[in-house]
Design a protein around this ligand. Structure first.
Ligand code: PHE
Length: 445
């Protein structure tokens, strides 16, 4: 149950939509390498910490942190971990839903056979048309928020977890099919080289921050989603093993998505830095030119929507669980309320792709669409790493060693390694990346 729920949360738009486009924007191989290092040294240790906190508290993140602060005689400020997570989840879902709406729109487009024989120019134009039409974006955003709210309101996730068991492997197989197409597209060696041969001159402090932020985002860390699911983990299950499995699956999906997309980019002379539209511009070309493309294309975007859905549920579950525990409101009411507020905030993102677009420069010299990028940077690159850093320090330094040994299930080699990395390497790494990116030392690098 825990593995299915946590995989459902981790695998989502972050892997298939975001990973390829930020890799493209940040120069390819060197970015991928930094991202992999962040998964190993920051993501996995913090995932173990977050699961551990969740299993020990067995409640919504806000109440879990309240309980642990009491049990461990810690200062009350640590409770902010629960609160900031709720805010981060709400902000992320507001734009996540809009992007998931693109995937929904593409289910319909694929099913109508609109990809058949499509050229690169036509595909890019078709995406642009969707983006600049707030009415369509609103319809799909609304539909996706309704879908998410309904599941959270009913609180029955067991059906979804069973679905994850079937649909995630299906998504994986379709990605393999796309990689197979990419191998014959004529751009495979260039695409693979772009992803895996690092050009270190592309690395700036901003690039490293983006890679680290993405490690948090893609593993759903730092905001309580994994904490909620950690409370499902039976006492005798291994926190270390399950966390590593989830991180490996998540990373595998992202790398496959990259291998499917960049060959198409090169084969068609498209720009690598196309931005958030990258997969929507490239994948229709693949589906449009393969046998059975209408069927596979429809299935792919359906599965992508499903993956986004299980992630979206985990984004609002912390706040809904907390409302239900404390405020004595019913689950349907809590879910509807949070869903409605998120939907409203999502309008800002919808508009940022058309009428409210403006360009700004921040950290990464990101040239962008305005509010969407502000939300993205604020949540993925700032709030999640800060939340995760706090969890690392809490589990590594504030909690008594015995408490973590007990939860971890012994203090063998795995425990000692985890604790060492979590206490020293992870916090130092996150802090240095932050200070560098915000220009605290040697500004300009
Ligand atoms: N991990 C999800 C994805 O990659 C997004 C997410 C972030 C979900 C944070 C929950 C919490 O799409």
């Amino acid at each position: 149950m825990f593995i299915l729920a946590a995989t459902g949360s981790a695998v989502g738009l972050g892997n298939i939509w975001k990973f390829p486009y930020i890799t493209g924007e940040n120069g390819g191989g060197a970015f991928v390498l930094v991202y992999l290092v962040c998964i190993a040294l920051v993501g996995i240790p913090i995932m173990m910490a977050e699961v551990l906190l969740g299993r020990r508290g067995r409640q919504s993140p806000i109440n879990t942190m309240r309980l642990l602060v009491k049990d461990e005689n810690a200062a009350k400020v640590w409770q902010f971990i629960g609160w900031s997570g709720v805010v981060a989840g709400f902000l992320i879902l507001s734009y996540y839903s809009v992007i998931a709406g693109w995937a929904l729109a593409y289910v319909l487009r694929a099913a109508r056979g609109l990809f058949t024989g499509i050229t690169a120019e036509a595909s890019t134009a078709a995406f642009g048309e969707l983006l600049s039409d707030p009415k369509q974006l609103m319809i799909w955003h609304t539909l996706f928020m309704v879908m998410t709210t309904v599941v959270v309101a009913r609180g029955v996730k067991s059906g979804l977890e069973q679905a994850v068991r079937v649909l995630m492997p299906a998504l994986f197989i379709l990605l393999l099919l796309l990689v197979g197409y990419a191998m014959n597209s004529g751009g495979f060696s260039q695409g693979a080289a772009f992803l895996f041969s690092p050009d270190f001159s592309k690395i700036t402090a901003g690039v490293v921050l983006t890679a680290m932020g993405h490690a948090f985002f893609t593993l759903s860390l730092g905001m309580g989603a994994i904490m909620v699911y950690g409370s499902y983990l039976p006492d005798d299950a291994s926190i270390a093993k399950t966390s590593v499995i989830i991180a490996l699956m998540d990373t595998g999906v992202a790398l496959l998505a990259g291998l499917a997309i960049f060959p198409i980019v090169f084969a068609n002379g498209l720009p690598t830095g196309a931005g958030p539209g990258l997969i929507f511009q490239t994948l229709p070309i693949a589906f449009g030119n393969m046998p059975g493309g209408t069927f596979f294309g429809t299935l792919f975007f359906l599965l992508l929507t499903f993956a986004a859905w299980t992630s979206a549920i985990s984004l609002i579950e912390p706040v809904v669980a907390w409302l239900v525990e404390n405020r004595r409101v019913s689950r349907p009411l809590a879910a509807s309320l949070v869903g409605l507020l998120t939907w409203l905030l999502g309008i800002v993102t919808v508009m940022s792709f058309s009428a409210w677009a403006f360009e700004f420069t921040f950290i990464n010299e990101t040239k962008s669409n305005g509010m969407f990028d502000i939300f993205d940077i604020l949540t993925a690159n700032i709030m999640l790493p800060l939340g995760g850093l706090a969890m690392a320090i809490f589990a590594g330094w504030v909690m008594k060693r015995e408490s973590t040994v007990e939860e971890f299930g012994g203090d063998g080699f795995a425990y000692k390694l985890w604790r060492f990395v979590l206490r020293y390497i992870t916090p130092l790494g996150v802090t240095v990346v932050f200070l560098k990116a915000f220009g605290v030392f040697d500004a300009g690098s």
